[in-house]
Design a protein around this ligand. Structure first.
Ligand SMILES: *[C@@H]1O[C@H](CO)[C@@H](O)[C@H](O)[C@H]1NC(C)=O
Ligand SMILES: *[C@@H]1O[C@H](CO)[C@@H](O)[C@H](O)[C@H]1NC(C)=O
Ligand SMILES: *[C@@H]1O[C@H](CO)[C@@H](O)[C@H](O)[C@H]1NC(C)=O
Ligand SMILES: *[C@@H]1O[C@H](CO)[C@@H](O)[C@H](O)[C@H]1NC(C)=O
Ligand SMILES: *[C@@H]1O[C@H](CO)[C@@H](O)[C@H](O)[C@H]1NC(C)=O
Ligand SMILES: *[C@@H]1O[C@H](CO)[C@@H](O)[C@H](O)[C@H]1NC(C)=O
Length: 484
């Protein structure tokens, strides 16, 4: 701590000198103190040529600023006035978008007052036919005493074995293998603080300090994931554990900052602006040969489970006028240029094909749209195991090597979660092709216009536990080719 303090003191002195030299009365440089020091740094794709940089500070920043460039000189600056907080939060969320980046190019960047420089690689151009991979996780939460560890709470199963790598450690070890991470809901499990306390898993309940418990877990998550999120675009989608503070059916103890996706809305900056989507709830982006679409299985469609009166009892949302999400999804998918992005991959938190509780409301709302628009692959989390299915349309299966017309489904909610893994219901649903109950993440590789494969990787030891390849018969020579 003293060492950090003195580095910050030096940085503060430099900033003050800068103040006179570069006088800009509107946006004076931030004075670097412990309160303005960035932590929990996260990056996310922001449209074709953009990257959103987000970080937290202990105080509000007047003008969050990022220095960046193609080399360590960081010759460009970007700035915003977005520095937000909410009740019970001990931090401010700062968001800046870097624009006019060159595709697939590595940039160096440093949020103002940070003591180190980070790197990211900008998104691949739509239509770039170079093979690439991406990582997908669901339902992770923190690791350690307030999350998944070598013990689980009452009723939980599958504690970590001593020496097991966590999913964060596994993703960090294999960072060179993928371009970005897609965490499709159930991000931090801060909402579980009361359940964890009741299960005797974390320290005894202190009812006069509810806010601090939630905030503590949230901060642990963003701290732990920073080694990934500061260098790999970390894309997220909404899950039920972002919606509220979880006390079973009685939500009265939850405080305003813990309700209605508040922390989730503040922390992230997904590419809704560039895709006509909504905040961190629904959005799309292109990357190489793929159009990626995040949809929201929690709110904003008929009988959405997390809305007031919905089956999830989360009392959250809606966030847009009735019908807005589904209208957006149809429009977004209809506009895909399949010559540039022959693959369309969609993700939503709750599954409707899974050997466990299904979301029939979600199926009713989304499946017809996904089928009608030829979506190739649908990813879900929510159930805490891995289940690879066939390609499916309304329960009718097609095999993935037989040029299916229907979307291929994979459920993977096995990244972590304080209470361990779930037991799939047996016999497995007829659409199921492989089930694995182990902590893990999915690595997808897009080889070319016809082959897209997946590997399920055991977080514990980085070994591949399952592989499968989707094969489409579409022609590869009817497209403009790399970078066009
Ligand atoms: C409970 O939290 C309150 C508010 O932060 C604090 O004043 C009190 O000391 C805490 N009690 C215990 C037993 O930790
Ligand atoms: C949480 O929910 C249970 C019932 O589900 C209820 O008995 C309890 O009072 C609620 N609040 C707290 C603080 O535990
Ligand atoms: C959640 O927040 C949205 C946006 O502010 C608001 O429209 C909606 O009514 C809120 N839902 C609940 C249940 O408070
Ligand atoms: C799905 O199949 C069932 C019966 O197999 C049928 O009643 C229903 O209309 C079908 N739904 C769609 C969207 O095709
Ligand atoms: C596409 O990739 C697959 C898997 O690497 C390979 O077997 C196939 O030959 C490739 N197709 C073309 C046209 O290159
Ligand atoms: C790696 O972990 C998986 C899942 O826990 C386990 O089944 C497998 O045996 C392990 N492999 C090795 C080589 O330890």
């Amino acid at each position: 701590m003293p060492a950090m303090f003195s580095r910050l003191a030096v940085a503060a002195a430099v900033a003050l000198i800068g103040n006179t030299a570069l006088a800009d009365p509107k946006n004076p440089p931030t004075e670097c103190t412990l309160a303005t020091a960035p932590f929990q740094i996260r990056v996310a794709y922001a449209g074709d040529k953009g990257m959103a940089i987000s970080w937290n500070t202990k105080t509000r920043l007047a003008n969050p600023t990022v220095h960046f460039g193609k080399n360590q000189n960081l010759n460009r600056d970007a700035q915003s006035d977005i520095s937000t907080t909410y009740p019970t939060s001990s931090t401010y969320n700062n968001h800046v978008v870097l624009t006019n980046l060159e595709a697939d190019t590595t940039y160096y960047y440093r949020p103002d007052c940070a003591t180190q420089t980070y790197t990211f690689t900008a998104s691949r151009k739509a239509g770039d036919d170079t093979p690439f991979s991406f990582a997908m996780i669901g339902d992770m939460g923190t690791f350690g005493p307030d999350g998944l560890s070598t013990t689980v709470g009452k009723g939980g199963a599958h504690p970590l074995n001593p020496g097991d790598l966590t999913t964060i450690q596994s993703l960090a070890a294999l960072k060179s293998k993928y371009d970005f991470i897609w965490h499709i809901g159930d991000i931090a499990y801060a909402d579980a603080w009361l359940k964890e306390e009741k299960a005797g898993y974390v320290k005894p309940l202190n009812l006069s300090d509810q806010g601090a418990e939630y905030d503590k877990i949230l901060n642990e998550f963003y701290d732990q994931v920073e080694e990934l999120s500061s260098t790999k675009p970390y894309m997220v989608g909404p899950g039920n554990h972002e919606a509220n503070c979880d006390n079973g059916s009685d939500l009265s103890i939850c405080l305003p900052g813990q309700l209605n996706f508040t922390g989730y809305r503040h922390h992230w900056n997904m590419p809704a602006a560039s895709s006509g989507g909504l905040e961190n709830f629904w959005y799309s982006f292109d990357h190489g040969m793929v159009h990626f679409v995040m949809f929201n299985t929690e709110t904003d469609f008929p009988n959405a489970p997390d809305e007031p009166g919905g089956s999830g009892a989360e009392n959250a949302g809606p966030f847009a006028p009735s019908g807005a999400q589904l209208a957006w999804l149809k429009k977004d998918l209809a506009a895909v240029d399949r010559k540039k992005t022959p693959w369309v991959v969609a993700a939503g938190h709750r599954p409707w094909y899974v050997s466990n509780k299904v979301c029939l409301e979600c199926q009713a709302a989304f499946e017809p749209i996904l089928i009608a628009n030829g979506v190739d692959l649908v990813l879900h989390g929510h159930q805490h195991f891995y289940e690879r299915h066939a390609a499916i349309a309304n329960f009718t299966t097609q095999e993935i090597t037989a040029d299916p017309i229907a979307p291929w489904y994979i459920v993977n909610g096995a990244a972590g979660h304080y209470d361990g893994l779930d037991a799939p219901a047996t016999p497995y649903v007829k659409t199921s092709r492989e089930v694995i109950v182990a902590y893990g993440w999915s690595l997808f590789t897009v080889h070319n216009h016809t082959h897209l494969s997946t590997s399920f990787i055991s977080s514990s030891n980085n070994t591949v536990l399952d592989t499968a390849t989707l094969i489409k018969s579409r022609r590869c020579d009817d497209t403009p080719g790399k970078g066009n």
